[in-house]
Design a protein around this ligand. Structure first.
Ligand code: ADP
Ligand code: ASP
Ligand code: MG
Length: 449
């Protein structure tokens, strides 16, 4: 049995959906197919919700656009005998969505939970379309078995309950050849709709692959595989043929969007390989992530990735004790610290910055250190991942390359793990820094030797 996951671009248009159908129908074995919302729809749902909350009525235009897109796609791909049923399922959800948007508009505000409810409609609609498009496919709704719990104000997987519920749900589906699952969406412990975070359909697929002991997890997307850098920024990025789980984890943790970071853990623990494949070029080999014999070769730079929105938080003039308290208070409150300099500063993700500042202000209230707290302008955190470990000179070499390119460094390059060196630069220099590091350190001609 295998698990396949098709992202938004793969289920974005009638043409790409026809490729999805061909890929799924060509599988010789039982498969669980996880699907995202139609490409771009999650963003449009968020826009509709925010627009409704701001009190104007332009949300109705976004809603109308969402309806028209689903109607068009449904009519184009669902065989006529199934179209009535499929459209009535999608239309029921669209009607519910309209009622919710009207209620948000009337209230003039939106809570995090209501936003989660609104974004859930993307996957709830796309899974109906995909299940109706493939003859014999059966829908197994993830709202029945993916469970989350709250952790520092964020939804995280409730592994124990999810594991039990998947076992129960899939015990009854043993003989189904094609099972369609909506990615991303979940329910909280109190039964309310939640999700696994943006990009979370990859994670849904990995959770299922691990729980169902799949042979392989295939992530079908819009590029030929895991590349040496984001191809939208670095034009000569090359496909990497194989990565170990740890190498892939490092690249993803530092922002390689092709796989949502938590995806690697469940399959890593069961040693189930991931293959990244291109829906628009299915014969390309893709990238194998798993046990690879390449991990112990001599040092070779594999790829560069980046987190676009980070901030540098500084406690100017901190002594050792105050610096330790700063890192401690952030970590204890579930805020990931990036590139701590060991003296007075560290990075945080952009969406944690306001909370980080508030926590530090509270922690140091009444102490002179409180006057030294500052949050930087947006920064990008850029990381180079090296197979076989760096040679100790890498941080200095990266600093030299950036200096030569005239890019100011805000947090000096440092070895953050055996195979990763990372640094921070202004968000304005993000693309230039990625290109500079890629050009100076990654030899795309020997990346697959
Ligand atoms: P999906 O809709 O299939 O989930 P995503 O947009 O989440 O697709 O991920 C695929 C995109 O990730 C690619 O189109 C590419 O622009 C981007 N990307 C960023 N870093 C990398 C990388 N190192 N290798 C390949 N793609 C990358
Ligand atoms: N549709 C969700 C998103 O856009 C989940 C996913 O595509 O993985 O974030
Ligand atoms: Mg994705």
């Amino acid at each position: 049995m295998k698990v396949l996951k098709f992202g938004g671009t793969s289920v974005g248009t009638p043409e790409s959906l026809r490729s999805v159908r061909a890929i799924v129908e060509n599988q010789p074995e039982q498969c669980v197919v996880t699907v995202s919302a139609l490409g771009g729809i999650t963003d449009r749902l968020i826009a509709a919700a925010d627009c409704a909350a701001s009190g104007g009525d332009s949300y109705a235009d976004i809603y109308a656009e969402i309806c028209a897109r689903h109607r068009r796609v449904c009519e184009a791909v669902v065989p006529s005998g199934y179209l009535g049923g499929a459209w009535s399922g999608v239309k029921t959800l669209l009607d519910e969505l309209e009622t919710i948007l009207k209620a948000i508009n009337l209230l003039g505000e939106i809570t995090e939970r209501t936003r989660d409810l609104v974004v859930s409609y993307g996957e709830r609609m796309s899974c109906i379309i995909v299940a109706s498009m493939i003859p014999g496919a059966r829908l197994a709704h993830s709202l029945d078995y993916i469970r989350t719990r709250r952790h520092f104000g964020k939804s995280v997987l409730d592994s124990e309950n999810t594991s039990k519920l998947i076992a129960d749900k899939f015990a009854g589906l043993g003989s189904e050849r094609i099972i369609i699952v909506p990615g991303f969406i979940a329910r909280d412990t109190d039964g309310r709709i939640s999700n696994l975070g943006r990009g979370g359909s990859d994670y849904t697929a990995a959770i299922l692959a691990a729980e169902l002991n799949a042979n392989v997890l295939e992530i079908w997307t819009d590029v030929d595989g895991f590349m040496t850098a984001d191809p939208r920024i670095v034009g000569n990025a090359a496909v990497i043929d194989a990565l170990s789980f740890v190498e892939a984890m490092e690249l993803c943790n530092f922002g390689a969007k092709v796989v949502y970071p938590p995806t690697i853990y469940p399959v890593f623990h069961k040693n189930i390989p991931i293959i990244i494949k291109n829906t628009f070029n299915p014969t390309a080999a893709g990238t194998f992530i798993g046990d690879t014999d390449k991990t112990m070769q001599t040092a070779q730079a594999l790829g560069v990735s980046s987190i676009a929105d980070t901030r540098l938080i500084t406690l100017r003039g901190a002594d050792n004790g105050q610096y330790a308290r700063m890192i401690n208070i952030l970590t204890r409150n579930g805020i990931e610290t990036l590139l701590p300099d060991g003296r007075e500063s560290c990075g945080v993700r952009g969406n944690d910055a306001a909370r980080a500042e508030a926590l530090l202000t509270e922690e140091f209230a009444g102490e002179s250190a409180a006057d030294g707290i500052s949050i930087s302008e947006p920064q990008a955190t850029v990381a180079l991942i090296v197979r076989g470990g760096g040679d100790g000179q890498l941080p200095a070499n990266i600093a030299n390359a950036l200096n030569e390119a005239g890019i100011p460094i805000s947090q000096a390059p440092q070895q953050v793990s055996a195979g990763t060196v990372a640094c921070m630069i202004s968000a304005n220099d993000h693309k230039e820094a990625l290109k500079t590091i890629h050009t100076n350190f990654i030899n795309t001609s020997n990346i697959n030797d």
